[in-house]
Design a protein around this ligand. Structure first.
Ligand SMILES: Cc1cc2nc3c(=O)[nH]c(=O)nc-3n(C[C@H](O)[C@H](O)[C@H](O)COP(=O)(O)OP(=O)(O)OC[C@H]3O[C@@H](n4cnc5c(N)ncnc54)[C@H](O)[C@@H]3O)c2cc1C
Ligand SMILES: NC(=O)c1ccc[n+]([C@@H]2O[C@H](COP(=O)([O-])OP(=O)(O)OC[C@H]3O[C@@H](n4cnc5c(N)ncnc54)[C@H](O)[C@@H]3O)[C@@H](O)[C@H]2O)c1
Length: 452
């Protein structure tokens, strides 16, 4: 049977763009459907604009902290429209780059919403398109639980285009997006409350990291409220009156819900075609990202494995190896380094202390917290935290965790060391870069052993 395309991709985000352009450059005839802007969540309403906002929010402290270094500035003021619109211009520039990335190797872009018709046919608008293989890379969307007034809550998508910066905000949730946006808002001068229903933020992270980071958020001026949840939101003039489950009330300008993201599969007609999804709507795939229909594949957030851009990209590359070199996909989901761009940021790779215990390792834990040299003169009370988990039997470093300036940058290098199987002896024999915070990772002595 003749198909129009060798590969048709639904979704031009992190995973979809990589798979399309590399497949096209290797000789496949490729088409891609994109319902919104090219580049997907990461480029348009995720990693990139978020990081620009993080940078923007850090400048607020500069004038105050620079005084200890001899600088005097006039009282700083902040213009939200400038940050928002400069960010948008940069994103539009990136959209153009993504268009070239796709078109240069010959990918045909179909602007519109794609859905499956059968195992080899996709409908985009009125057009029916046939392909030998179909790749679904449609990502995920914010999940907001239903409760009275939940329609008054913003989600992260909205934060990138607000007409006005609120004077006060309640951020609900305890994961990546909640802590990152709480930091951004707080840094931009918004009175910020971060509310989480559990007793600790950042589930899944090392317990000491969770506690330390929360202390730092509080110190930075975020009002962290744990064991609290929202019962209802009502409009009160232009403001929002939030009633908590314990009966307490809060009046704020905006409420942001950051309570997870769910796969965008509801309208893809998957069931009719035989593509199985799990209870969360994620497409079920085998190790080669093949769904329950032989010709239909899925990668990235829509499979709900690890919702990170570099993971979606690596999955795309594994699939390319499978299609072009007949190599089984063997994506390694262990030791994925990750950073949370809260303030101070968190960097982490490998096992947490709790995971190492649960897996039966006999471990040594080295940890320290300190005031970074920069802040001895800046006057800021911020502290940094570092931790290494070491297997006593083999001396291998099983995990590295950090809260503090540049944690994301530092953890990338440690990710290589841990992936390569480095031991504590390798860390110890590495010469430190002085004076840095990072050198603490190679100077841990017995004095830093945690009493367990
Ligand atoms: C606020 C925020 C901050 C984040 N920060 C980071 C970070 O710092 N680092 C990190 O690694 N990850 C971060 N992420 C996660 C990261 O953005 C995702 O893991 C990544 O984008 C997933 O890539 P993907 O290809 O699976 O999907 P996406 O990038 O979401 O791409 C899916 C694309 O498909 C399109 N689409 C959906 N349905 C259809 C359809 N039916 N037809 C046509 N097109 C369709 C969408 O419009 C979208 O463009 C962040 C996410 C958010 C929300
Ligand atoms: N820096 C980064 O790499 C980065 C940044 C942002 C997002 N991401 C990715 O995007 C994913 C989604 O981010 P996220 O923060 O939305 O999700 P998340 O899964 O990290 O956190 C969701 C939070 O909401 C809470 N929650 C869930 N349901 C709730 C409810 N009904 N009421 C109250 N709280 C509830 C959860 O307990 C959790 O704390 C992340 O897991 C991450 O993989 C990565």
């Amino acid at each position: 049977m003749q198909y129009q395309y060798d590969l048709f991709v639904i979704g031009a985000g992190s995973g979809g763009v990589r798979a399309s352009r590399v497949a096209a450059s290797k000789g496949f005839k490729v088409g891609v459907a994109e319902a919104s802007a090219l580049g997907g969540t990461c480029v348009n309403i995720g990693c990139v604009p978020k990081k620009l906002f993080v940078y923007g929010s850090e400048y607020g402290h500069v004038a105050e902290q620079a005084q200890g270094y001899g600088w005097q500035f006039a009282k700083p003021s902040f213009d939200w429209a400038t940050l928002r619109d400069n960010k948008t211009k940069e994103i539009e520039r990136l959209n153009g780059i993504y268009k070239n990335l796709l078109e240069n190797p010959g990918v045909t872009i179909h602007q519109g919403y794609g859905k499956l018709v059968d195992a080899h046919t996709v409908q985009v608008g009125e057009e029916l398109i046939t392909a030998e293989r179909i790749l679904i890379a449609v990502g995920a969307q914010p999940f907001v639980p239903e409760f009275p007034g939940s329609e008054h809550a913003l989600v992260s998508d909205d934060m990138f285009y607000l007409d006005e910066l609120p004077e006060s905000i309640l951020v609900v949730g305890g994961g990546y997006i909640a802590v990152e946006f709480a930091g951004i808002c707080n840094g931009l001068g918004v009175s910020t409350t971060l509310m989480y229903r559990g007793d600790k933020l950042l589930r899944g992270f090392d317990e000491d990291v969770r506690e330390f980071a929360t202390q730092e958020f509080n110190k930075a001026g975020i009002d962290v409220q744990l064991n609290s949840d929202v019962a209802a939101i009502e409009m009160d003039g232009k403001q929002k009156r939030v009633t908590l489950k314990n009966g307490r009330e809060l009046v704020v300008d905006q409420v942001l819900y950051a309570t997870g993201r769910v796969p965008k599969t509801a309208e893809l007609n998957l069931e009719a075609v035989g593509v199985k999804t799990n209870s969360k709507g994620a497409i079920e795939v085998d190790h080669n990202y093949k769904s329950t229909v032989e010709s239909v594949y899925a990668i990235g957030d829509v499979t709900d494995k690890v919702q990170l851009t570099p993971v979606a990209i690596k999955e795309a590359m594994a699939l390319i190896g499978y299609w072009f070199d007949q190599k089984e996909c063997a994506m390694d989901y262990d030791n994925i380094p990750t950073a949370v761009f809260c303030q101070p940021p968190i960097g982490t790779v490998g096992l947490t202390e709790q995971e190492a215990d649960d897996r039966g390792f006999d471990i040594d834990v080295y940890q320290t917290d300190f005031r970074a040299m920069k802040h001895t003169l800046s006057g800021a009370q911020e502290r940094s935290f570092m931790k290494l988990i070491v297997d006593r039997g083999t001396d291998r470093v099983l995990g590295a965790h950090m809260v503090g300036d540049y944690a994301g940058e530092i953890i990338q290098g440690l990710g290589i060391a841990i992936k390569a199987g480095a031991t504590k002896a390798h860390f110890d024999s590495t010469v430190g870069v002085h004076p840095t915070s990072a050198e603490e990772f190679v100077t841990f002595s017995a004095a830093a052993l945690k009493k367990r």
